[in-house]
Design a protein around this ligand. Sequence first.
Ligand code: GLU
Length: 316
Amino acid sequence: MVVATLDAMAHPRSETMDGRPPESRGRGRFAPSPTGELHFGSAVAAVASYLDARSRGDEWLLRIDDIDTPRVAPGAGAAILRELERLELAWDGEVVHQSARRERYEAALQALRARDLCFPCACTRREAGGRIYPGTCRSGLPPGRRARSVRVRAGDGACEVVDLVRGRFRKDLALEVGDFIVYRADGIFAYHLATAVDDAEQGITRVVRGADLLFATLHQVYLQDLLGLRRPEYGHVPVATGRGGKKLSKQTRAAPTSARPASDVARDALTFLGHAPPPDLEGSPPSEFWSWARGEWSLECVPRAASRPSPPDWDE
Ligand code: GLU
């Protein structure tokens, strides 16, 4: 069972042990997908999770979510690490790559299979119909059809998280999405499964990330509960939008933060997160912003909105 291996990754080397024994410290993480360079929106998620961890004396880990290989941009992972270094956001321990952890996801899938909590599905995306899976292959593959993907059975009843920023959030997964994919037709483990397993096996206690992933959280805690894995706490901060009101992303050609002075990135990310740094820090190295912010940081000061416009110059 997956739980038995939790200790394997539970205590990576820490650069900032803070005088406390490892087991009493919480752990945060930043888990970018290497689909492009760090942009203002992803920098905000990095800063929020970093400060949430550091202000509590917790560890902060870095995981590169490169399981979705068709979306990986060559060199993007290395560029993200370089940019985090330039922004003086120092992480603890070794960087973990999801692409190296496939056997852990396979073990989780086996654990679900062993208890009949998932099933093979032959449906194409079109056959699976819109957003809610109609349950076609739930009781077995239709005659003559081959399995393409694997779906987890969505249980009855509401799934709920109490988010540290956005409060109570609950939905009935069976009604909202139906049985959802944990192993894709292209042979890739689904993001929800990989993330649920990794966060638990890495011993993450608090996940702080963009509010676009709030609904994803329900899928992930649902899987963690099925697998007997420990749930982290969650805090979802606003997503940065550009001029058209769309989330900044590679698709909207968001500008890389590396093109701007590091101190501007630090100032703007903090301000966006409801923590305006004093003007005398202007032009200082990012580490000085982080030292100031460590003492000031509170998720209560972070706006509760799901999204916010980016500051000028970041909104293209
Ligand atoms: N890797 C995904 C992303 O960059 C998800 C991150 C997460 O789970 O925090 O959007």
